[in-house]
Design a protein around this ligand. Sequence first.
Ligand code: UDP
Ligand code: MG
Length: 319
Amino acid sequence: MENKKLVTILIPAYNEEEVLNMLYERLYSIMESVPNYNFELLFVNDGSKDNTLNIIKDLRKNDKRVCYLNLSRNYGKEIAMIAGLDYSKGDAVIIIDADLQDPPELIPQMISLWEQGYDDVYAKRKSRKGETWLKKFTSKMYYKTLQSVTKIEIQKDTGDFRLLDRRCVEALKQFRESQRYTKGLFSWIGYNKKEILYDRDPRAAGKTKWNYRKLINLSIDGITSFTTAPLRWATTTGIFISIIGFIYMMFIIIKTLAYGVDVPGYSSTMVVILFIGGIQLVFLGIIGEYLGRAFYESKHRPIYFIDTYNEEKETNLPK
Ligand code: UDP
Ligand code: MG
């Protein structure tokens, strides 16, 4: 009994009252099917406004493998995950969505690959049921752009559903940035990676918490937390436009000397002013993005606070 390895299943949950019992049943039968391991089901309640916390507490009454971390408010999934990693005890941690979009049936396979020596076994989507073509298209374009600007390999069609060996968890715990883009961090830390393919199911119940506004923000975080390439684009575009401007200037000077001043030219002047003005604003925005990140990170604020860990009121400050 005591020599069994401990596997933590980390479940960030925000307003998931409709699926939690279903999730627990699925996980329960999976845990039965791999009896050689001990399990810890660590729910991170990310400031849910529904019954999520009570359901988790009820589960814990009957099954002491269920643990929970109750965050002091809603922080978003990225932070819920690092909080969970901080409190996880397992020799391996499996991160899984609460909504059953990640099939728990892959867990035994993940564990057996882990036993073969892989540190990061991630699940890659073969298909995505119940998602609009627009979401699939934008996500594809996004991965493409992100990959083109960074040297680190970003895994396509991969979410946060994965098994991490303890040393990956310890590595991830060292990234204390407040604007997190965990997907990128998984690649950043490296180690032995292994992918398994699966069909992504539609949400079992409840609604997605993502909307386009949140997704756009996450995408910008993804790029700006990973690379300063956009700043470089700004420089090269600036150089390019200056060269064109210089050539045009020479042209105008010579033309004026040869043919004298001609007054018309309002529309061409406006076009140039608007074009350059637009580019300047975009690049100011890009600089602002980085400045903003530097601003947030330089404050070194704690990234989350815990209300309760299991039954205990948490008074320890986060690491
Ligand atoms: N989630 C969270 N905090 C949030 C939003 C979401 O912990 O602020 C959790 C949510 O409960 C789920 C997972 O993150 O377990 C993925 O969320 P969702 O299914 O809404 O995203 P999608 O699958 O649509 O990308
Ligand atoms: Mg989902």
